[in-house]
Design a protein around this ligand. Sequence first.
Ligand code: CMC
Length: 435
Amino acid sequence: MENSITMIDNRTGKKYDFPIMYGTYPTYGAAIRAADLRQIKVSEDDFGLLSYDVGFLNTASCQSAITFIDGEKGILRYRGYPIEELATKASYHEVAYLLLHGELPKADQLKEWTQKINYHALIHENMKKFMDGFLYDAHPMGILVSTVAALSTLYPQARNINDANVRKLQMYRLIAKMPTIAAFAYRHSIGMPYVYPDTELSYTGNFLYMMFRRMEIKYQPNPVLERALDVLFILHADHEQNCSANAMRSVGSSLPDPYVSIAAAAAALYGPLHGGANEQVLRMLREIGNINNVPAYIKRAKSGELRLMGFGHRVYKNYDPRAKILKKMAEEVFEVTGKNELLDLALELERIALEDDYFIKRKLYPNVDFYSGIIYQAMNFPVTMFPVLFAIPRTVGWLAQWEEMMNDPEQKIARPRQVYTGADCRSFVPLEERE
Ligand code: CMC
C-alpha cells in the first residue's frame, strides 16, 4: 500500500498496514489515525492498542485550516499569510475577519464587520451589577472569566448552536464585548467609574479609551500606542491547538453555548504556563532587579529551581516570530512612553540565556510573552491586566477554532482514554473489618 506504514506486533508476529494522512505539507504533520491502532490485539477480547501521549506532545486532535506553525523554522501564518506581513500591513479587524472567514475582507465587508462589532460593544447593565459584586482587589482575569460565562444567562437562544446564524451573532457579541468587560474589570479594580464604548474609535483605540479615560471631554488615544496595541492583538489572535484552543474545542465538543466555552478557554489561558506567563515575566524581571543578578538567576533556572518565564515553547524550537516583531516594536513604543528600565534587564537575560548550553541544547528561545509584558507596562497597563490583554484578541482565535469544529463532519465529543494503573477487581471490605 502506498502512503501507508506497516507495523509488526512482536507479541504476536502479526503485521498491520495503516494509511498515512497528509495535510498541506507532506513533510509536516503527516499522521496515522490513532483509532487504527485498535486493530492491534493479542487476543479477540483484547481492547486493542492505545497511543499514550500525556500533554498531547505528538497528537493531532483535529484537521485545521486556520493557523500554520512550523516551530523548527519559527514560522507562523494565519490562513496562509505570514504573521510578519499581517503585523505590518493589516489591522486587527482585518485579521479577525480573516481568521473567521478564511479570506481577507474586501472594503465593504470590512465596513460591515466593523459596524457589527461596534453595534454589540455595550454590555447589559445587569452585568455591571454582577461585576460590582467582586472585591475591589479581585484579579481582572477572574472577573473576565466569570462575566463571560455569565453572558450565557443573558442569551439563552445562543444554545441553538447548530444554527450558523445564531453562532455568527454570538461571535459578533463576544468579539465586541470582550474589550468592554476587560476595561470594566480594570476600572472596578481601581474604583473608577466605568467608561462606555466610543465606537467612533478603532477597536484598540476604544479599548484604550475605556481603560484610561479620566476627565477629558474627548479622550484621544496616542496613535503610536493604538497601532502598537493593534499589532499586539494581531500577534495574539490565534496559535493553533494550544492549551486554551484545546479547552475551547474540548468544552465546545459537548455542544454548550459559546459563552461558557470561551470562559473555559479564558480559564485555560489564565495559567502561568500559558497566557499568564507575561504577568510572570514582569514579576521575574522585578525579582531579578539588577543586571548583575542575571547570571545567578539563570543558574537557578538551570538547576530546575525555577523556569525563565517567557522562555521556551511547546512548538517553537526556534525564536518565536512574534517575539521578534515585539522586540523591534518595543523601541517605537518607548519613544512615546519613555524607556522601560526592565528592557535592559530583559535584553541581558536573553543575551546570556541564548549563549548558554542549557538553553541551546533544549532549544529554549524567548516567546511572545517575553517582550509583550514590558511593552504593556510601558503603556501603563497594570500587570494583572496582562492575561486579560491576551484573552481579548485570542477570543477570535477561539471562535474560529470553534466554528471550524462545528463544521467538521468528523467532530465528536472530546473523550480521551487512559492507561489504567489502579487496583485490580477486589471485594468490598465492611467498615468494622478494615485494618
Ligand atoms: N526555563 C528553564 N527551563 C525550561 C524552560 C524555561 N522557561 N522551559 C522548558 N525548560 C526545560 C525543562 O525543564 C525541560 O528540561 P529537562 O529536559 O532537563 O527536563 C526541557 O526544557 C523541556 O521542557 P518541557 O517542560 O518538557 O517543555 P514543554 O513543551 O512541556 O513546555 C512551556 C513548554 C512553554 C510550558 C515551557 O517552556 C515553560 O514552562 N516556559 C515558561 C512559561 C512560558 O513562558 N509560557 C508561555 C508560552 S508562550 C505563550 C503561549 O503561547 O501560551
